[in-house]
Write a protein that binds this ligand. Structure first.
Ligand SMILES: *Cc1c(COP(=O)(O)O)cnc(C)c1O
Length: 439
């Protein structure tokens, strides 16, 4: 049995200080009915708790740690930057350097604005879309997560595609009424919404590869249809690539699927583990942002030199030209991720457990589900009890997975073939435990 004595004591104290003992809900392990390990340090592909347990980490701080933890180059760059002062609230060279590097990989982003979180990026992109189009409604997809700003914390109302209802107390009905929530991967649903009220829609915002209901891929032609419909009705198409940016492929989902959105939101990876996100896109739209235009958006710590440094060094590592005859960084991650997932599928089959395994570049995940998973309804019909058993069996064996079936797992450049082998071996026990449930 894993010894989590110190973590349990730390959690008990934390609960007297912070709601649920955490600063972001999913960390509490409420969904798997146990106590979270408290983390003391991390290095490469491994994360270590304060009880002295080490794990192979597939959470990667929920996505950002694409080069692994405490990468020597990132650490060195940060140390040097810290010695030059941690914040000035004034323009710096490094902001332009990071902007240029991002825009090289994401040519649809002709102008970019740095912010501090994915929430801020999507919220600002929507304000911009509204300011630019002079329209008020937005369309989002059920099961896509875009951070916790009010207009995005909205559920579908009754009926298949209706004006939203707040999904959290504190979100006003007025705000929710301007958000239309539609099922993901359902062309007929979005077509009917756009037919009915397309002329009022400022923007359609989508996770082009959805990672917040578990990993769900877009159906063939779906993103292209969104592009056509938004163009037809004069609405902007916003790709929220906060998670899938630099993951689904180096150039994100927009490169992988060959679709050019009007605006893009990035986050997670572009801060290399520090709080950075960004939104950007067509020049004529971005020119509406203050101080060039009238749409207001600002940030005391936006473009912070430490955060820019961690992001820039991380992106430099993953965009470097590969050695002669080697695959580039993101291709290598894709190949290793595929190997891991194939190994899991084989072990599941051997144990007689049916899973749906999904991959997009270095993002991956499984559903304990008999049938294909294409949207939120499918995902939520997965076997939650099986997931709990699997999760704990893996944790016991030193494999650190997200404590929910509705999250995505990530591979980093620090994960070795040996890590992958160990993780596949552990999966044999994990699936066996699932198969033995209730016996
Ligand atoms: C994580 C995430 C966000 C929110 O980012 P925060 O930095 O947590 O505010 C928004 N959109 C997507 C797709 C995400 O995965």
């Amino acid at each position: 049995m894993l010894n989590l004595e110190k973590s349990a004591a730390a959690f008990a104290e934390a609960k007297t200080l912070m709601p649920g003992g955490v600063n972001s809900p999913v960390r509490s392990y409420a969904s798997v009915g146990s106590t979270p390990p408290f983390i003391g340090r991390a290095e490469g592909s491994k994360i270590y708790d304060i009880d002295g347990n080490g794990y192979i980490d597939y959470v990667g701080s929920w996505g950002p740690m694409v080069v692994g933890h405490a990468h020597p180059r990132v650490v060195k760059a940060l140390q040097e930057a810290a010695a030059r002062g941690t914040s000035y609230g004034a323009p710096t060279l490094i902001e332009s350097e990071l902007a240029k590097l991002i825009m090289q990989v994401y040519p649809s982003m002709e102008r970019i604005r740095m912010v501090n979180s994915g929430t801020e990026a999507t919220m600002s992109a929507l304000r911009l879309a509204r300011g630019y189009t002079g329209r008020e409604k937005i369309v989002k997809f059920i099961g896509c997560y875009h951070g916790h700003s009010d207009s995005l914390l909205v559920n579908a109302g009754s009926g298949m595609a209706t004006f939203g209802t707040p999904s959290s107390p504190g979100v006003t009905r007025g705000t929710a009424a301007d958000t239309i929530a539609v099922p993901y991967n359902d062309e007929a649903a979005i077509e009917s919404v756009m037919e009915r009220c397309g002329s009022e829609v400022a923007a359609v915002i989508v996770e082009p590869v959805a990672g917040n209901m578990g990993l769900v891929l877009p159906r063939q032609g779906y993103l292209r249809r969104l592009r056509e419909l938004t163009e037809e009705h004069g609405a902007l198409l916003i790709f929220d690539e906060v998670m899938c940016g630099f993951r689904a492929s180096l150039g994100g989902a927009q490169a992988a699927y060959g679709i050019t959105p009007d605006l893009t939101c990035l986050g997670k990876i572009i801060g290399g583990g520090l709080p950075v996100a960004a939104y950007g896109g067509r020049r004529d739209i971005m020119q509406r942002i203050s101080p060039e235009g009238p749409v207001y958006q600002a940030g005391t710590l936006s473009g912070n030199p430490l955060a820019m440094t961690a992001g820039l060094e991380t992106l430099r590592i993953i965009t470097e030209e590969p050695e002669e005859g080697e695959a580039d960084y993101s291709r290598q991650l894709t190949i290793r991720t595929k190997k891991l997932l194939l190994g899991w599928q084989e072990k599941a089959k051997k144990a007689g457990v049916v899973i749906q395994a999904h991959q997009a570049g270095s993002m991956f995940g499984i559903f304990f589900h008999e049938h294909e998973v294409w949207n939120y309804d499918d995902a939520s019909a997965s076997d939650q009890e099986a997931f709990k058993v699997w999760f704990h069996a893996m944790l016991e064996q030193g494999i650190y997975l997200a404590p929910s079936q509705f999250e995505t797992l990530f591979l980093s450049g620090a994960h070795t073939d040996e890590d992958v082998e160990r993780t596949i071996e552990a999966a044999e026990q994990g699936f066996k435990a699932v198969a033995e449930m209730g016996k």
